[in-house]
Design a protein around this ligand. Structure first.
Ligand code: KG4
Ligand code: ZN
Length: 329
């Protein structure tokens, strides 16, 4: 069964074709990120205008790369929430029109849950023997707008255990990068410069919110802001060390929360997803902690960590008539 996925929740315009919920036949992502960089964040109006301009070509490209005609598509899956309203509307309207005109079922998919699903995809560069996870599992989604911890029972039952009370993990990366003058988006650049830093002389603490599965990163962000304000002219001040200490604090906090949830629910599988799941220190630390706790951790390949439509098509498959007995009209 071939599903065409469409994703336009933030700055990306993405389309993909996925076979039987797993095999990624094509995965096209066009981003307007560069146009937003000078504003230090996404400008919704710019994002939706670009999406309107390129959604049709991106979809054609996804079908072409998959060597698939529209007649060979069984259903269309589209991100319907959460996201920027103007951006979501572009993808949703396009997918609805395509579905109506070609008499294909339309499936609405939750973007955050789809980030978890990225772990179940087989991408073209994956080794053929790559093991796929099984459910139930604990799942952490760390993106620019969300930090959600789930008890994932099956593909249709995601129970929210905890979420951020203020800034999302990715948002904290972006804001701290701005404070340190590193540009936008902050995650990849902090990941890079932190490799040159160390935590010997500086540490920051994230809020632990003991006994809860929730997160809070705004205090950490403010601690970095004050440290920068008070010490940026010190002779031993180093952006690399600050980036390292900030990143380490987020990574430790996320890792501890994931391990605590696995322990409490007595689950041995941990899935991560979302843009921050591309962070090299987070991947390393989670693997280490999981190993020590007898837990198997899955991180999606980098190509499907950040926003993409393959994860939408993949999760959409589990909502089709063939799979579950119902399709959303
Ligand atoms: O999932 P995503 O592509 O879009 C949303 O749904 O928000 O996540 C984007 C976020 C941004 O905040 C970006 O700074 C962060 O993911 N990010 C990273 C890395 N790559 C992207 N954060 C930390 N380390 C990275 N390597
Ligand atoms: Zn996302």
């Amino acid at each position: 069964m071939n599903i065409l996925g469409i994703e336009t929740s933030c700055d990306e315009t993405a389309a993909a074709v996925v076979r039987d919920g797993t095999t990624v036949l094509s995965n096209i992502v066009v981003s307007s990120l560069k146009e937003h960089a000078r504003y230090g964040g996404i400008i919704p109006e710019i994002a939706s205008r670009r999406q309107l301009e390129c959604i049709s070509a991106v979809t054609d490209e996804a079908l072409f790369k998959a060597n698939c005609k529209l007649s060979q598509i069984d259903a269309i899956a589209v991100t319907h929430r959460p996201g920027l309203i103007g951006s979501l509307l572009v993808g949703l309207s396009f997918a609805r029109a395509l579905s109506y005109a070609n008499d294909k079922p339309l499936i609405n998919v939750d973007h955050i849950q789809a980030h978890v699903y990225a772990n179940f995809l087989r991408c073209p560069n994956d080794p053929p023997e790559k093991p796929l996870p099984t459910l139930p599992a604990v799942a952490l989604v760390v993106s620019g707008g969300h930090t959600n911890l789930y008890h994932c029972k099956d593909f249709r039952r995601f129970r929210l255990l905890g979420k951020t009370l203020d800034d999302a993990a990715g948002e904290a990366f972006d804001k701290v990068a701005q404070i340190l003058g590193l540009g936008y988006p902050g995650g990849p650049v902090i990941d890079r410069v932190a490799r040159k830093g160390s935590g010997r002389s500086l540490t920051f603490k994230s809020a632990t919110l003991k006994g809860r599965h929730d997160f809070s990163f705004s205090g950490l962000k403010t601690a970095v802001l004050y440290h920068h304000r008070d010490h940026q002219n010190d002779p031993d001040f180093s952006v690399d060390h600050v980036a390292y200490a900030f990143q380490q604090s987020v990574v430790t906090n996320l890792t501890e929360k994931c391990m605590a949830a696995c322990r409490q629910l007595k689950l041995k599988t941990l899935l991560i997803g979302g843009g921050v799941a591309a962070n090299s220190a987070l991947r390393q630390e989670l693997l280490l902690a999981a190993d020590q706790n007898g837990i198997e951790v899955f991180c999606p390949p980098l190509s499907v960590c950040t926003d993409n439509a393959a994860m939408i098509a993949g999760l959409g498959y589990h909502y089709t008539t063939e799979k579950m007995g119902v399709a959303h009209a």
